[in-house]
Design a binder for this molecule. Structure first.
Ligand code: PGA
Length: 277
């Protein structure tokens, strides 16, 4: 299978998304944003989004205001509206000022039983509401040891492709998050991450090479201040989804700065490589 071959413009800046998970209070959120903002606002060339817990979306919408930092949700209902106690619709998230919604985070899949089919519906629901879905894919350590990483990623991706098609899939972002690296302190090596990212891009390129080259593929799983630059320097890594380190203003600021540094990455490098193959 070939890598993308079209010589299209370089993709935009890297995207770094903070996933605060179930952490925070009004007071601690305000303090974290207060500490982060001066550094982040001065950062050109990187897009940043913050996904706080649902009850704090309105607070964060107020704090982020016109800073240029986007707001995202950690989850979204696959339904539009109705008798779905405890659920939050895409329309509500958009109404609160969200631009992004995570779908299929491994904690949602493993702890709350979200299936590939449900994740695909959530992806579609986000698009319907005008949000950018961030589709999380990842294998467990057992799947990796059994040599099934690419097969697992492929079937997670296919479920969404079959539901929405490539043109709609390309409106989202993909986050590769090996389950064994999430919250464990064990990061995929840059080479391991790059290999899976390249595989994902090849699967996408089989559908539409140009769209595949443009799609943003984020890496997530124990990204820290000291490993971010190496990960972000990989050709097919277009940013990061950051859990634990996003709760530490200094660490998250450093990760965002690492994403801004000029690398031989993204489409420029991809086009360069394919042009010389
Ligand atoms: P982590 O989490 O950075 O704490 O490993 C990443 C994620 O779950 O999105």
């Amino acid at each position: 299978m070939n890598l993308p071959t079209r010589n299209t413009p370089a993709p935009g800046p890297k995207l770094v998304i903070a996933n605060w998970k179930m952490h925070g209070t009004h007071a601690s959120n305000a303090q974290l944003i207060d500490t982060l903002l001066p550094g982040l606002q001065a950062l050109a060339g990187v897009q940043v989004a913050i996904c706080p817990p649902m009850p704090y979306l309105a607070q964060l919408a107020g704090l982020l205001g016109h800073t240029g930092i986007s707001l995202g949700a950690q989850n979204i209902s696959e339904r539009t509206q109705g008798a779905f106690t405890g659920e939050v619709s895409g329309q509500m998230l958009a109404d609160l000022g969200c631009g992004y919604a995570l779908v299929g985070h491994s904690e949602r899949r493993s702890l709350y039983g979200e299936t590939d089919a449900q994740v695909a519906m959530k992806f579609e629901a986000a698009l319907r509401a005008g949000l950018t879905p961030v589709l999380c894919l990842g294998e467990t350590i057992h799947q990796r040891r059994a040599g099934n990483t690419n097969a697992v990623i492929g079937s997670q991706l296919r479920a969404v492709l079959e539901q929405v098609g490539m043109a709609q899939l390309a409106r989202g972002v993909i986050a590769y998050e090996p389950v064994w690296a999430i919250g464990t302190g064990e990061t995929a090596s840059p080479a391991q991450a790059q290999a899976v990212h390249a595989h994902i891009r090849q699967l996408l390129a089989a559908q539409d090479a140009e769209a595949a080259a443009r799609m943003r593929l984020l890496y997530g799983g124990s990204v820290k201040a000291d490993n971010a630059a190496q990960l972000f320097a990989q050709q097919d890594i277009d940013g990061g989804l950051i859990g634990g380190a996003s709760l530490d203003a200094e660490a998250f600021g450093a990760i965002c700065r690492a994403a801004r540094k000029p690398h031989l990455t993204g489409l420029a490098a991809r086009s360069h490589r394919t042009a010389h193959n």
